[in-house]
Ligand binder design. Structure first.
Ligand code: ATP
Ligand code: MG
Ligand code: FE
Length: 334
């Protein structure tokens, strides 16, 4: 059984081949980050055009690296949402064309389910599980009772964690996306600013997040110092910002674990690459396995979409050629 998967929801064009549900034979990732850096974020039209330019080459490369041909394939999987509509459409159109040309079933996959299932690369998942999904556009705690049975039990009211990293990175004049660099700087500084930890009071919703207040506090601190002619140390700013973020992520995850008894915790999404987060999870959550995808599978990639497509395949959740992009698809819609 071989699945060919497509991912084009944002600024990575990616195509992967998964063999027998757990052997990732290839995972080609063409990043467009160099084209978006100078704009300080992803420009949707530029993203779509790049996807169109490289997607065919990515398919050829993925099959070549997997050492199989189109005739060997069992199914085609594709991210249907959430993401940028024009970017998603390129992957959906390519997957539909490929499935039609080779007479293969087509499996639509939720991008956030993909982030979660990247953990399958580490070990077999056991249910029920809790997932902390932290990425550029999402921050959510998801209770997964069984494969394909997702329920969001807490999410952010405003900014996503990755988005907050990128926005404060801009204030420190770091290049986009800034998460990785802030993580490195944080390890060399100290939490001297004690930024607010939001939604942590007794009467706050226990599992909801908010990062816009932290972002504002950060920006105000930098601007006030600027006006006085002080230049603040990016290391201490980063350490303080990261400490505030991690305190909240850890606290909310622990509350959720107390409320929902589960067999394992999965932490995934682009921000799951964060070393500070990994260190704190390792020392603070020791009673159940904590499964985090390897670094190369934390950011967007088609390998994770292939892993997520397996349970949909087993449930016979196929789409026909009327499949369309669903830019604001949520777990609740499944
Ligand atoms: P979504 O998955 O919600 O649709 P996305 O696909 O744009 O959004 P991802 O690719 O999953 O997001 O993650 C990208 C984000 O991860 C960026 O905001 C980036 O700054 C952040 N990130 C990457 N590495 C780290 C790190 N080491 N520490 C913190 N953040 C990081
Ligand atoms: Mg990206
Ligand atoms: Fe993503």
């Amino acid at each position: 059984k071989y699945i060919l998967a497509f991912e084009t929801s944002c600024d990575e064009t990616s195509v992967a081949v998964l063999k027998n549900d757990d052997e990732l034979l290839s995972n080609i990732i063409a990043s467009q980050i160099e084209s978006h850096k100078r704009f300080g974020g992803v420009v949707p039209e530029v993203a779509s055009r790049h996807h169109v330019e490289v997607i065919t080459t990515c398919v050829t490369e993925a099959l070549r690296e997997a050492q199989i041909s189109a005739q060997d394939l069992t199914a085609v999987a594709v991210t249907e949402g959430p993401g940028l509509v024009g970017a998603l459409l390129v992957g959906v159109a390519a997957a539909k064309a490929f499935a039609w040309a080779h007479n293969l079933p087509l499996i639509p996959v939720n991008h956030m389910a993909g982030h979660l299932w990247a953990a399958r690369n580490v070990r077999e998942l056991e249910f029920p599980l809790l997932a902390l999904l932290v990425s550029g556009g999402h921050t959510e705690l998801v209770y997964v009772k069984a494969p394909s049975d997702y329920k969001i039990v807490g999410e952010t009211r405003d900014d996503a964690v990755g988005e907050a990293y990128d926005k404060v990175g801009r204030v420190m004049n770091l290049t986009y996306p800034a998460g990785k660099e802030i993580d490195a700087l944080a390890h060399q500084g100290n939490d001297v600013f004690n930024f607010p930890r939001a939604m942590m009071k007794h009467d706050d919703p226990a599992l909801e997040f908010s990062f816009s207040g932290l972002k504002s506090a950060f920006i105000n601190t930098v601007h006030n110092a600027d006006q006085k002619g002080d230049a603040l140390d990016n290391k201490d700013l980063s350490a303080s910002f990261q400490a505030a973020v991690l305190d909240v992520l850890l606290a909310k995850t622990k509350i959720a674990l107390a409320e929902f008894p589960v067999k394992m915790l999965v932490v995934a999404g682009g921000v799951a690459a964060n070393q500070g987060l990994r260190e704190r999870l390792a020392t603070e959550i020791t009673d159940i396995p904590v499964v985090i995808p390897p670094l190369r599978l934390c950011g967007d990639n088609a390998g994770m979409i292939a892993y997520a497509s397996v349970c949909e395949f087993n449930h016979g959740n196929f789409a026909d050629l009327s499949l369309n992009a669903r830019p604001s698809l949520s777990f609740e819609a499944i």
